[in-house]
Design a protein around this ligand. Structure first.
Ligand code: MF3
Ligand code: CO
Length: 260
């Protein structure tokens, strides 16, 4: 989500609500797992979006992004130097070696699911693209490892940032993760940068969408004239991984598990 201002309270979810969130997120995970198989050269991003829409419908859910502040599609599909919020298009044909990020949100029974992955099309990715993927994914899991009761939100942010920067990459500042529940975006914002030991204390019942966006160059971004597609200012490659997780009194539960 886009970074915005304004302190609002973090909503704790009851166990039955966590189950609703799990159900929504499991639909996202199943569909993302299926979409991976379709990421072959020659397919258009609009075709991928169509498949996602059909799969959502089959499962009795609804797309979460379509119509959100006017967003026109079911998925966000962002290629190479596009970071997030790429709009699927009939004109965008994927080729071997493209680094593609797919973000999908659904709503089921009033509760939201949200997750994303990046992948290279075919076997022919550059070493840089492969390293960027593995570092971004690993940073997500390092963030999740900090998502535990009694720790602070900044522990998640800092774990992601430190790892990414130690590998020579940058974390995007203009977009952040978020709380999720009966809204796609709830408090708190979950930045992928920040200081350990700062921010709200994590509590069981908090549900967070953690979503590092990482670039191979600088973290500056700009949004294209379509009003959505966020790209790296310097044209460097970008990757994005996202899981929705529930804080418990042990390890966080990855509600969207099953597609990475
Ligand atoms: N996972 C992204 C986010 O939380 C996807 C939002 S796309 C939008 O910002 F269209 F809904 F904005
Ligand atoms: Co999100």
């Amino acid at each position: 989500m886009k970074k915005k201002k304004g302190p609002r309270r973090i909503i704790l979810k009851a166990p039955w609500e966590i189950e609703k969130l799990r159900a929504a997120n499991q639909i996202v995970a199943e569909i993302l797992a299926g979409l991976r198989q379709h990421l072959t050269s020659g397919i258009t991003t609009a075709e991928i979006d169509r498949i996602a829409s059909e799969e959502i419908e089959k499962r009795g859910a609804k797309p979460a992004f379509k119509g959100y502040h006017g967003y026109p599609a079911t998925t966000c599909i962002s290629v190479n130097h596009e970071i997030v919020h790429g709009i699927p298009s009939d004109k965008r044909v994927l080729a071997q070696g493209d680094l593609v990020s797919i973000d999908l949100g659904v709503i089921l029974d009033g509760y939201f699911g949200d997750a994303a992955f990046s992948q290279i099309v075919g076997q022919s990715g550059s070493d840089l693209a492969k390293r960027l993927l593995s570092v971004t994914k690993e940073s997500l899991y390092r963030g999740i490892a900090q998502a535990r009761a009694k720790r602070r939100l900044g522990d998640i942010s800092s774990a992601i940032q430190r790892y990414v920067e130690s590998q020579g990459f940058s974390v995007v500042r203009k977009f952040v993760g978020h709380g999720i529940g009966t809204q796609l975006h709830e408090p708190p914002e979950v930045p992928n940068f920040g200081a350990k030991g700062t921010g709200p204390i994590l509590k069981p019942g908090m549900v967070l969408a953690i979503e590092p966006m990482v670039t191979a160059g600088s973290y500056d971004i700009r949004v294209l004239d379509d009003g959505w597609t966020a790209v790296t200012m310097d044209g460097s490659l970008a990757a994005h991984f996202e899981h929705t997780v529930a804080i418990t009194d042990k390890k966080a539960e990855i509600l969207s598990d099953g597609f990475m």
